[in-house]
Design a protein. Structure first.
Length: 322
């Protein structure tokens, strides 16, 4: 009787964690990563391989207690000490701040061509900085709408190749491509359930991971953009606006992590703006592409996953930090 009663509840209990994992993973990277890697040989297969590795990583971290109750820093601190928790916050801060340089550069290239694209990038970052300084946060409805918008815009890569083109797309080798792919998986590391929450929740989280992996593989099979594709147009302006809204909350998240190291959330967020502005300026001066800019946040994500895997393999040594 116990097994019969558990069956319906187990299935229903897996739906919410699957949705939470899927929506936690999907974000600005859902558009940026496919647009940056479209046309890269074997990118879709490498994406599935990365997802398979992350599924195994999830099982390892779940067995160690998961990250969903207290976050990635809590697991690292409990297993490796307070220094590891600070390292996690530093990786979040640095990765998010560097990622905004790629985000606004992509927004500029989506919306305009040539020198104008650079000014659009600076404008998007400046607008986000003003919102952060003013303490404005997008309301819940705007966050839901931007998620739907970014998925639809990613679909445009299939329907209208070149309508949302980036300079130097698909120009990376396999190792660098794998690093960039990890940028699309930010959010997974903090949603791994604990064993005490039951197998249904863990199964649901893995189902959400599989759904995200399938979506990314399909998007990476999109036809490459024509050689003469231009980025200007109303659709590019919509993409820039959506990415700008993501930039606001990303900078606020960087501020929250930076405040764990020094200062206040708002001050740390503005420091992240400075890092992003420096990256944007260097990209313009050195002619760096968006795929190249995504290497820095991708590497920070890879390091974060490595730290958490190391923590999962260690015995608990301290109480988890608040």
């Amino acid at each position: 009787m116990k097994g019969e009663a558990a069956r319906p509840g187990g299935g229903a209990g897996a739906v919410r964690p699957a949705w939470d994992t899927l929506t936690g993973v999907l974000g600005a990277g859902t558009l940026l990563v496919p647009a940056a890697l479209v046309g890269a040989p074997g990118a879709w297969g490498l994406s599935l391989a990365v997802a398979a590795g992350l599924a195994l990583w999830c099982l390892l971290v779940a067995a160690a207690g998961g990250t969903r109750p207290g976050g990635a820093a809590a697991l690292a601190g409990a297993r490796l000490g307070p220094g590891a928790a600070r390292l996690v916050h530093a990786l979040y801060f640095g990765g998010i701040a560097a990622g905004q340089a790629a985000l606004v550069t992509a927004a500029g290239q989506f919306a305009a061509d040539g020198r104008a694209a650079r000014w659009v990038a600076v404008g998007v970052l400046g607008g986000a900085a003003v919102c952060v300084a003013a303490g404005w946060t997008p309301p819940p409805l705007a966050r839901r709408l931007r998620l739907a918008a970014v998925v639809l815009l990613a679909g445009v890569l299939w329907l209208r190749p070149g309508a949302l083109a980036l300079d130097g797309a698909g120009a990376l080798g396999a190792p660098a491509t794998a690093v960039v792919l990890l940028f699309a998986w930010v959010g997974l590391e903090g949603s791994v359930p604990a064993p005490r929450e039951g197998r249904a929740r863990l199964g649901g989280a893995l189902a959400g991971l599989a759904a995200a992996a399938a979506l990314y593989a399909v998007l990476l099979l999109a036809p490459p953009a024509p050689a003469d594709a231009g980025g200007s147009g109303p659709l590019g302006g919509v993409a820039a606006l959506v990415l700008g809204v993501y930039c606001v909350t990303n900078l606020q998240a960087a501020g929250a992590h930076g405040a764990r190291l020094r200062g206040t959330p708002r001050g740390a967020a503005l420091a992240a703006v400075a890092v992003a502005l420096a990256g944007t300026a260097l990209a313009a001066l050195a002619d760096w592409t968006v795929p190249a800019l995504l290497l820095a946040p991708g590497a920070a994500t890879a390091t974060l996953y490595a730290v958490l895997a190391t923590a999962a393999l260690r015995r608990r040594r301290t109480a988890a930090p608040r």
